[in-house]
Structures are given as structure tokens and as C-alpha cells.
Design a protein around this ligand. Structure first.
Ligand SMILES: Nc1ncnc2c1ncn2[C@@H]1O[C@H](COP(=O)(O)OP(=O)(O)OP(=O)(O)O)[C@@H](O)[C@H]1O
Length: 479
């Protein structure tokens, strides 16, 4: 039996209070709801919950403000933050305030109820320290679910020294993630040192990493500290770790195990205290299988993996990133440019083989090269290889976006003056059954596989099928 307790749900959306409240009551929890910070304060005293679930944007202020004070008075309380502002900033603020869990909206109800059970079960909940982290100038842009997952993991590793392995194609932001962990974490006053295994001749890697003594090899004129020593107290970023030669891997493993480095040609070990963040665009398990990467080193580095998906798998971030880079160019003194709707569509349709780096370069070029202030699709086509967008790729997405725009315009026209419209749900009710049907049909009605492809929980899928009256059995291919 999962542990049960008293839960206070604070959200100004009555629908969320009802749905979440019901789900928690079904699990045996006692639930009360509040719609504002004022109501929350009153119930904190009279109801004394074990878990507080609170939204951030509340009618009378920021739901996160005050959470640290509540926790100071009730250190045993577990706080779960819900937020529609799905940025790294919110994730970090939530963790800073000592929140047990942060769930971006829209959240999965099963995930929320599980978080409540975990919170009540975990008497020793890990409350992150009041580190006083900076809130401005956060480097990572993007609000896609994939980036939110990245933010949540970053927020969780700021107050510890666990080794991180950042995975992702070239240009997805792996180094930026490493820098963010360093500059927001407890080592931020110490050095961040990066070394790229693919950029250094193989025979020099050990000397670069561990340093060398005078005369260790031709040209070694003086004792030189390696990257480990340079990063003392801080963070060492080992980029392209999959390209590290085997001998260097063995030596690296020994350093990680002993916490000591010995320079090339030296004999006296030096104690080092560095946090390791490694990154690769290679499939390390395959390299391990092929005998090209040490399995023990892989396990040592892969304590907390952070996977950055390619940009084409988080298209909702493309426009946000594009605008961010145009704005940055403007701040650097280049003319300020904006994107027209059709330019934005074209950018969304491109498959971004070079990921965020490609998008960034493109925006910089546009800032310099276009004379007009508004960049339209024709200018993009003229200047950039975007006319190479494959027809079968761009067209369906483009048509879909057009269709949705037309539909939304129509609905907004119809709905003028009518309150309580539910446009978002109406659209979902139109498109979701089609998506579910196609995916289920592609896997012969197998709900487990369909849920995996869709990236949603199996129970969520089952509920949606019931809601839409879809029958997966009818999709089975007859033998
Ligand atoms: N989410 C993001 N928000 C803002 N800028 C980003 C983001 N992701 C990447 N960038 C920018 O894109 C460029 C490429 O990112 P980065 O160098 O971190 O990628 P990488 O995955 O380490 O690439 P490589 O594997 O080629 O070393 C950088 O200039 C970085 O600042």
C-alpha cells in the first residue's frame, strides 16, 4: 500500500483542482484545494498538509514566493510545483525554494499522483540548499517537453558533484548544458575547463589532461599543469569523450578512482577535486560492445545522463531560439530583425542537420545580410539552403500548420463575444483521435508499443481511447 497523507492543491483553475483532487482522493489521500496564496496560507495552518501542490501564477502573486518561508516553518513538508512557464528558470527556482518535485504544465496526472506518493513515502526528502543562484541571464532557451526534462535534471544536480554524461548530436547544446551546470552550481566561483578529445592529437591527450614534467618529451621545456589541475575545485568538461584513445581512458579511469593525477614523466601524485561532465555524440554502449570504450569508465561517467534531442525533434523550440539569436545579434550591435509568419513556418519545416548551432549561424547571417527589418520566407530561400527543404518533409507540416491556422481563425471569428470557449480542447479532439488511430494501426493495435511511440503513459493512452471511443481491437490485422 502506498503511503497516504494530507494534500493541499493550490491552483486558480478550478478544473485542475477538481481533476487532481479526485485522482488523489481515489488513492486515499485527504485533499483540500485553494485558489490563491491567501487561501493557501489559511489552509496551511488549519489543514497542516503533508504535501503542498502549488501553481506558480496565482491571482494574488507568484506561488513560488513564500514557499521557502513555508518550508522554514515546516521542514517536513513536501512541495510540488506546477508551472506553465516551462523554463530552466522556473525549474531552478522551484529546486532552490526546496521543492520536492517540479512538474511543467500540462502534466501527466499519473506522474503527479506518483510524485505525491513518493513525497509522502520519502521521509528524508532531499531539500536543495538555499544557494542564492542567479536568476537572470540563464543560457538555455527552449520550452519543449524535452528541454523541460533537461532543466529538471540540471536543477537536481546543481547541489551535488555527481558525474554527468551529456548526450546529443553535434550542435544540440551539450557544452552549454555543462557550462550551465557549472555556472549555476556550487562550484561556480572555481574554474570551468573544457577539453575536446577529438581536437587534440592522440599522442598529446594525456599530456593535456594530466600535465607533464620538464623534459618528459621533446619540447617539454617546463613543468606544465594539465586540465585536471587547471580545473582544481571546479568542473572539467570532457567533450567528445567517445574519441578518447584507449590508453588515455585507462589513465582517466585511474584518476577518477583515486582522485589523484600524476603528470606525464612525473612520479608524485597531486590530489585533484573536480566535477566531471563528459559529452559525446557517439553511441557509447556500441563503442563498449566493439571494445573501443572501457565499460568501467562508461559506468563511472554515466552517473546522471542528460539527453539533448536533435532540434528537428523539438520543433516547437525553433522559433523561440531563432528570435533569441536575432535579439542577441541586436544586442551585439547588429540591426534588429524580426521574422514574418511565413519565414517562421519555413524555419520550422527545415530539418536542422546542424541543430541549434546551424540555427544560430543562420540568424547571425540574416542579421548582417538582410536590409529589411522583417525577414520573410523569400529572403530565407534566397539567402539560405532552405529551398532544399524536401518537399515531402515541408509540405505535410506546412499544410498542417496552414490548416490549423485557418481553423483557428474560423473558430475565433465564430466565437467572438462568446465566453468560455475551449479552443485548445476542441483542436485536440479533432487531431488527437487521428494521431492515435494512425499510430495504433501501424503497430497492429498493440497499445504498449503505441504508447511508447507516442511517448505517453499506457494508462493515459487507454483513457484517451475510451474518451474518443476508439477501439484498438478493430485495428488488429486479421491473421
Ligand atoms: N538551448 C539553447 N539555447 C541557446 N543557445 C543554444 C542552445 N543550445 C545550443 N545553443 C548554442 O548553439 C551553439 C552550439 O551549442 P554547443 O556548442 O553547446 O553544442 P554541442 O552539442 O556541444 O556541439 P558539439 O558536439 O559540436 O561540440 C552554441 O553557440 C550554443 O550557445
Amino acid at each position: 500500500m502506498p503511503a497516504t497523507g494530507a494534500v493541499l492543491v493550490v491552483d486558480d483553475d478550478p478544473a485542475i483542482c477538481v481533476v487532481v483532487g479526485e485522482a488523489l482522493r481515489r488513492q486515499g489521500h485527504k485533499v483540500k484545494t485553494a485558489a490563491s496564496i491567501r487561501e493557501r496560507a489559511a489552509l496551511m495552518d488549519s489543514f497542516a498538509p503533508d504535501v503542498l501542490i502549488t501553481d506558480v501564477m496565482l491571482p494574488d502573486g507568484d506561488g513560488l514566493d513564500g514557499v521557502a518561508d513555508i518550508l522554514a516553518a515546516r521542514p517536513d513538508l513536501n512541495v510540488i510545483i506546477l508551472s506553465a512557464q516551462n523554463t530552466l528558470n522556473t525549474a531552478i527556482r522551484a529546486t532552490e525554494k526546496g521543492a520536492f518535485e517540479y512538474l511543467p504544465k500540462p502534466f501527466d496526472l499519473n506522474e503527479l499522483t506518483r510524485a505525491v506518493s513518493d513525497a509522502i513515502g520519502a521521509r528524508e526528502s532531499e531539500i536543495a540548499s538555499e544557494a542564492g543562484l542567479p536568476h537572470d541571464g540563464l543560457p538555455l532557451v527552449g520550452r519543449s517537453p524535452a528541454m523541460q526534462e533537461v532543466y529538471r535534471t540540471i536543477a537536481r544536480v546543481l547541489s551535488n558533484d555527481l558525474s554527468i554524461l551529456v548526450l546529443g548530436e553535434s550542435g544540440t547544446g551539450k557544452e552549454l548544458v555543462a557550462e550551465a551546470i557549472h555556472s549555476l552550481g556550487q562550484r561556480r566561483t572555481k574554474p570551468f575547463v573544457a577539453i575536446n578529445m577529438a581536437a587534440i592529437p592522440r599522442e598529446l591527450i594525456e599530456a593535456e589532461l594530466f600535465g607533464y614534467e620538464k623534459g618528459a618529451f621533446t619540447g617539454a621545456h617546463a613543468r606544465t599543469a594539465g586540465k585536471f589541475e587547471q580545473a582544481q575545485g571546479g568542473t572539467l568538461f570532457l567533450d567528445e569523450i567517445g574519441d578518447m584513445p584507449m590508453e588515455a581512458q585507462t589513465r582517466l579511469l585511474r584518476v577518477l578512482q583515486s582522485g589523484e593525477v600524476t603528470t606525464v614523466g612525473g612520479s608524485k601524485p597531486v590530489r585533484v577535486n573536480v566535477r566531471i561532465i563528459a559529452a559525446t555524440n557517439k553511441d557509447l554502449p556500441t563503442l563498449v560492445e566493439d571494445g573501443r570504450f572501457r565499460q568501467d569508465l562508461y559506468y563511472r561517467l554515466n552517473v546522471v545522463p542528460i539527453a539533448l534531442p536533435p532540434l528537428r525533434e523539438r520543433r516547437e523550440d525553433v522559433i523561440l531560439l531563432a528570435r533569441h539569436f536575432l535579439e542577441r545579434a541586436a544586442q551585439e550591435g547588429l540591426p534588429r530583425k524580426t521574422l514574418s509568419d511565413d519565414a517562421a513556418q519555413l524555419l520550422m519545416a527545415w530539418h536542422w542537420p546542424g541543430n541549434v548551432r546551424e540555427l544560430q549561424n543562420m540568424m547571425q547571417r540574416l542579421s548582417v545580410l538582410t536590409r529589411e527589418n522583417v525577414i520573410n520566407a523569400d529572403m530565407l530561400r534566397h539567402l539560405l539552403p532552405l529551398d532544399a527543404v524536401p518537399a515531402d518533409f515541408a509540405a505535410p507540416d506546412g499544410h498542417l500548420a496552414h490548416a490549423i491556422r485557418d481553423w483557428a481563425k474560423r473558430q475565433l471569428g465564430i466565437g467572438l463575444g462568446q465566453p468560455n470557449r475551449t479552443l485548445h480542447d476542441d483542436l485536440l479532439a479533432l487531431v488527437e483521435p487521428v494521431l492515435l488511430h494512425e499510430v495504433l494501426a501501424s503497430v497492429d493495435g498493440n497499445q504498449i508499443r503505441a504508447a511508447a511511440i507516442l511517448g505517453i503513459n499506457r494508462n493515459t493512452l487507454r483513457k484517451k481511447l475510451t474518451d474518443y471511443g476508439l477501439d484498438p481491437l478493430s485495428l488488429r490485422v486479421a491473421d
